[in-house]
Design a protein around this ligand. Structure first.
Ligand code: PEP
Length: 252
């Protein structure tokens, strides 16, 4: 069975004291990791604070929002996957629509990063974007699954079964417009079918697919009911500790 996975994406928000306030508020109020696995994707400058907290609070995992595909070298300003792993980071988000839009990240580059993250024994959360225009004009299978196929090129079945896929329609990110439960299930089903084509049913059944796009404490339970949805990726609503606590405790 796939354990539900909820990862808050803080993006480029919060100061250190706000991070500390958040962590002290969520302490002891997160679900058992066997029921719902929780993570926070923070900016790299907060990895230290977050990984230290997560060593004590086993119900929260640390995620990075990005990394480079080389472990070290003359790459000024970049974040090393090897250094993230060394700090105890468990997940790395890759290919978020904001990375694709503002930093020109291509599927090819994301594929290199996926390989680097796996090599360093972390788990990639591979985000695939969908724009409204694409949903209307491009063949149904292409609008969401191509980024998944490209990101997983050269990834073995054994490694693939641990990855997380994030379905994130960019028209729903930060807009307050959530995709309907049916739209989310339709896309996640297509992704699952693609994973079956790539790796077979058994491996595809193990891969978690999460939805991101204006998730909050009011819509999370409905989204989580969808058969091919294994988690959510809230952005804005993960910034407030009380709201994040409500989201991760959606089963209660
Ligand atoms: C995101 O950052 O991936 C996201 C889905 O943001 P929001 O929840 O604010 O739409």
């Amino acid at each position: 069975m796939r354990t539900p996975f909820i990862v808050g994406n803080w993006k480029m928000n919060l100061t250190l004291s706000e991070v500390e306030d958040f962590l002290s508020t969520v302490k002891g109020r997160l679900p058992d990791p066997h029921d719902v696995e929780c993570a926070i994707a923070a900016s790299s400058i907060y990895m230290d604070a977050l990984t230290k907290f997560c060593k004590e609070e086993k119900n929260l995992k640390t995620a990075a929002q990005n990394c480079f595909y080389k472990d070290s070298g003359a790459y000024t300003g970049e974040v090393s996957p090897m250094a993230l792993a060394d700090m105890g980071v468990k997940y790395v988000m890759l290919g978020h629509s904001e990375r694709r839009k503002y930093f020109d990240e291509s599927n090819k580059m994301i594929n290199k990063k996926v390989k680097a993250v796996i090599k360093n024994n972390m788990t990639p959360i591979i985000c695939c974007d969908e724009t409204m225009a694409k949903r209307k004009t491009v063949d149904e299978m292409n609008w969401v699954v191509n980024p998944v196929i490209e990101a997983l090129k050269g990834i073995s079945p054994e490694d693939a079964k641990h990855v997380v896929i994030g379905y994130e329609p960019s028209w729903a990110i930060g807009t307050g417009r959530t995709a309907s439960a049916a739209e989310i299930q339709e896309a996640c089903f297509l992704i699952r079918e693609t994973l079956i084509d790539l790796y077979g049913q058994d491996i595809a059944n193990e891969i978690r697919i999460v939805y991101g796009g204006s998730v909050n404490s009011r819509n999370v339970a409905e989204i989580m009911k969808q058969e091919d949805v294994d988690g959510v990726l809230p952005g804005k609503s993960s910034l407030k500790a009380e709201e994040f606590i409500k989201i991760v405790n959606y089963q209660n």
